[in-house]
Design a protein around this ligand. Structure first.
Ligand SMILES: NC(=O)c1ccc[n+]([C@@H]2O[C@H](COP(=O)([O-])OP(=O)(O)OC[C@H]3O[C@@H](n4cnc5c(N)ncnc54)[C@H](O)[C@@H]3O)[C@@H](O)[C@H]2O)c1
Length: 342
């Protein structure tokens, strides 16, 4: 029988890549999203007979239980989430909303595992659980030995991991935790609630560094403004690669009870990223000049993962290069700007 997966937050950035990956692997996918982030949107999977969609609230435990009743897997990805300005603007709202979503998701999953055919929850956590690390790379397990995250977002993602472990300890609900690092790709639109943040003469809608830099360069900003010193180190990871990692973690027999960083192996500073974006759009001969915006308090300086566990157990490697990601993002942002989506 075809296995069925419930994906919460399916209309979101990672949810879109994940749904495509699961459908390509032959699963039936049920998506749920309340469209709270971007507003109602068509999905690329809408015509696919293996895909069905429910517009609803993932914090509604009764609804989640009814959807999970005939599912084999649950990928819990719905959350109030955004780039750095988003989580500085809405720390309380996202803490409270995400806690409700998490509790309802696990309540429903415990029931569906007990009464139905649900085999496992795959909880989409975040690299933010390592926010207070002072040595790198961050290995799976480090989240238990470093101080808790200072941001409400990071702390709540860590709380979600405790929900997963506690539901297993008390109710025997199998789980896998995945921690994506800096997802890059297309399809992340202007958030309905994002206060627009200005960077010099350009208003930004997303405050994820890659699309934001692309928007600024496409709009002709010169000198280019970057947040802070530009020495922040990130491992930019393609959304399609993260989706492959989540699907592998969901289905691999050795993944139960485990946690996995899902990340590219190569780190890039924000300044180096700016250079690459600049060269791609303006050409290598136009010299890059930068100015620095005041950084946010929770702008983590280094985010560096250990990637060996996912490679060893899942056979997962993020293979898309930053150059390939930028080609896709530049093309998409150019079209989205023209269509007024950004
Ligand atoms: N983007 C990243 O770099 C990144 C990195 C690590 C972890 N994550 C995690 O991945 C998951 C997805 O993030 P994303 O970047 O795709 O964000 P996103 O905002 O694009 O997607 C989240 C989706 O959840 C939906 N949603 C929010 N509240 C809901 C509710 N109550 N009921 C139903 N749907 C609801 C939103 O409408 C949105 O479509 C989140 O759990 C996030 O914490 C993201």
């Amino acid at each position: 029988m075809t296995e069925r997966v419930l994906v919460s937050g399916s209309a979101g950035f990672i949810g879109g890549y994940l749904t495509a990956e699961l459908l390509a692997r032959g699963y039936e996918v049920v998506g749920i999203d309340d469209f709270s982030k971007y507003g109602p949107r068509q999905s690329a999977h809408d015509g696919n007979p293996a895909f069905s969609f429910v517009r609803g609230d993932a914090a509604d435990a009764a609804l989640m239980a009814s959807l999970l009743a005939d599912c084999d897997h649950f990928v819990a990805a719905a959350a109030m989430v955004g780039g750095i300005s988003y989580f500085h603007a809405f720390p309380y709202d996202l803490l409270a909303a995400n806690e409700r979503i998490t509790a309802a998701s696990f309540d429903a999953a415990i029931r569906a595992h007990r009464d139905g055919r649900l085999r496992k929850v795959t909880y989409v956590s975040s690299s933010a659980v390592y926010e207070s690390a002072s040595d790198w790379p961050s290995r799976e397990g480090q989240q238990l030995t470093v101080p808790p995250p200072r941001s409400a977002y990071g702390l709540q993602k860590l709380a979600g991991e405790y929900f997963a472990r506690a539901a297993f300890e008390q109710y025997g609900l199998p789980f896998t935790i995945v921690r994506p690092f800096n997802c890059v790709g297309v399809g992340e639109r202007k958030a309905l609630r994002a206060d627009r943040v200005s960077s010099g003469d350009v208003l930004l809608a997303m405050s994820h560094v890659v699309p934001d830099l692309v928007v600024k360069v496409l709009k002709g900003q010169d000198p280019l403004r970057i947040l802070g010193s530009g020495s922040q180190l990130r491992h930019f990871t393609y959304g399609g690669d993260i989706a492959r990692g989540i699907a592998a973690a969901m289905s691999h027999p050795r993944a139960a009870g485990e946690d996995f960083n899902l990340s590219a192996t190569t780190g890039t500073t924000v300044l180096e990223l700016a250079r690459q974006v600049w060269a791609k759009i303006r050409g290598p001969d136009v010299p890059l000049r930068v100015e620095h915006d005041t950084p946010y308090p929770h702008d983590v300086q280094r985010r560096v993962p250990a990637t060996g566990k996912a490679r060893r157990i899942l056979g997962f490697q993020a293979t898309t290069t930053l150059d390939e990601m930028l080609d896709e993002v530049v093309g998409w942002v150019t079209e989205a700007l023209a269509a007024g989506l950004l």
